[in-house]
Design a protein around this ligand. Structure first.
Ligand code: HEM
Length: 152
């Protein structure tokens, strides 16, 4: 983990994977405990609130051409990693994902370990995996094939 600060492109790639993968698309449902006003709307007490994280992670205001996988969008002109405030795959606020720190560490360690140990490519004759996945409480990738060869 100590190397992470010196690996801005890796961080940017993981950030972009999290944006595109969008694995918890509707966060968890919440409920208002009191009436509140939000941008001119009155929201009564007891209303179920479902945050659409997909809409935020694909908002062209924050992520131009959101359909494109582009790690460079998370780098500044010097190549340093920039934390985009709209990149909220773990949601935000008091009930933000409790496992965020653990998940971030695991993503970095697993991703770098896999790339250090394997060359990865599509098997001959196999096209790119579908980016549509299987929508539900979590958004899961459909099964796909990769060819992983241990590095010497
Ligand atoms: C990439 C991996 C993960 C993503 C994208 C993710 C995302 C989320 C999201 C969007 C929420 C809903 C937050 C809200 O209600 O506003 C959540 C809640 C939660 N997550 Fe995760 N999560 C991940 C991994 C983990 C891991 C590894 C753990 C446990 C070790 C974990 C534990 C929890 C718990 C306990 C909550 C409920 C928090 C609460 O209601 O106070 N998550 N997560």
């Amino acid at each position: 983990m100590a190397d992470q600060g010196h690996m801005p492109y890796t961080r940017a790639t993981i950030a972009e994977v999290q944006r595109v993968a969008d694995i918890v698309p509707l966060s968890l449902p919440h409920r208002t405990t009191a009436e509140l006003q939000l941008e001119g709307y009155v929201i009564p007490a007891g209303t179920m609130i479902i945050a659409n994280l997909t809409a935020i992670l694909n908002d062209p205001k924050h992520f131009p051409e959101p359909e494109k996988f582009r790690p460079e969008r998370h780098l500044d002109e010097r190549g340093d990693f920039v934390q985009n405030e709209a990149l909220i795959p773990f949601s935000i606020g008091r009930r933000v994902c409790l496992g965020e720190a653990l998940a971030r560490a695991e993503l970095f360690i697993f991703f770098t370990s896999i790339l250090q140990n394997f060359d990865i490519r599509l098997p001959d004759g196999v096209t790119d995996p579908s980016m549509h996945g299987n929508f539900g409480f979590v958004w899961m990738a459909n099964p796909y094939l990769l060819h992983c060869v241990a590095r010497q």
